[in-house]
Design a protein around this ligand. Structure first.
Ligand code: AMP
Length: 112
């Protein structure tokens, strides 16, 4: 999509600190990290959020990517958090489906 920030990062039009890529997924470090590891896992195909009919398949690819990144970031033993913020109440600020992968510190619950 022309005006989508994450589509521009995927296309290389805006710099992104890439940590993982395959046919379906692009993953890069969040510009405002909330934990020592904070990676955004994004489907290359543009869709707004997890309510898109294509999202279940995309989320399967995102989970596969998350497993690889968890291993490469050495988060498996201590644990981590994977989050899909959705819509206004969910705190989503970029309308392109993405998974936050957070780890490297003890995370609080419930979220604010
Ligand atoms: P959300 O609020 O769930 O939509 O998450 C969007 C995330 O994108 C936020 O955590 C932002 O810090 C992050 N973000 C915004 N712009 C960029 C960028 N240019 N590169 C990397 N992450 C970004």
């Amino acid at each position: 999509m022309e005006d989508c920030l994450f589509c521009k990062i995927i296309a290389g039009q805006i710099p992104g600190d890439k940590v993982y890529e395959n046919e379906f997924i692009y993953a890069f470090r969040d510009i405002d990290p909330q934990a020592p590891t904070h990676v955004l896992i994004v489907p290359k195909e543009h869709m707004q959020d997890m309510m898109d009919p294509r999202a279940p398949q995309a989320i399967a690819h995102m989970t596969e990517a998350a497993q690889a990144i968890v291993r490469s970031e050495n988060l498996e033993q201590a644990g981590f958090r994977a989050v899909l913020n959705t819509g206004v109440d969910g705190g989503q600020s970029v309308p392109h489906l993405h998974m936050h992968l957070l780890g490297g510190r003890s995370l609080q619950w419930p979220p604010g």
